[in-house]
Design a protein around this ligand. Structure first.
Ligand SMILES: [Zn+2]
Ligand SMILES: [Zn+2]
Ligand SMILES: [Zn+2]
Length: 135
């Protein structure tokens, strides 16, 4: 699975990239750099940050910043078209008020936003509430 994703996103397969990617695959919610560091154990910080940067650039993961929360990252949709550095997703970001985890929640269709006089390139929708695990 990891190797397939890396190849699809045009990244060379290395043991470290595979390991970092597997952490994303094992979580159903977005994770912070600190979460990843804790899971990795012994590792080189600079290599980790470079790896995360290349993942974002190549459309493997995307960054999510919810107001008042640390920056988190989650896997991209397979459809994510990362050309021009723009991420394209059909999901909204949902943060649980209880466990504070952030989820990428799929929706059939995102509402189309038109702003007179502005050309909209990306729309980011954030929602808050109680997640499936906390219900
Ligand atoms: Zn993406
Ligand atoms: Zn929750
Ligand atoms: Zn997301």
């Amino acid at each position: 699975m990891e190797e397939k994703i890396l190849r699809q996103k045009k990244l060379r397969v290395t043991p470290f990239r595979t390991e970092v990617l597997s952490i994303f695959l094992n979580n159903d919610h977005a994770i912070s750099a600190q979460n990843i560091e804790e899971e990795l154990g012994e590792h080189d910080r600079i290599t980790l940050y470079r790896t995360l940067k290349s993942f974002v650039k190549n459309g493997v993961i995307h960054e999510i910043v919810m107001p008042g929360d640390v920056k988190k990252m989650a896997l991209c949709d397979p459809v994510c078209d990362h050309d021009d550095g723009l991420h394209e997703h059909n999901h909204i970001h949902f943060q649980c008020k209880k466990c504070e985890e952030v989820f990428c929640a799929d929706v059939d269709k995102l509402p189309k936003v038109e702003l007179p006089g502005f050309s909209v390139e990306e729309v980011e929708i954030q929602a808050k509430g109680i997640c499936k695990n906390c219900k």
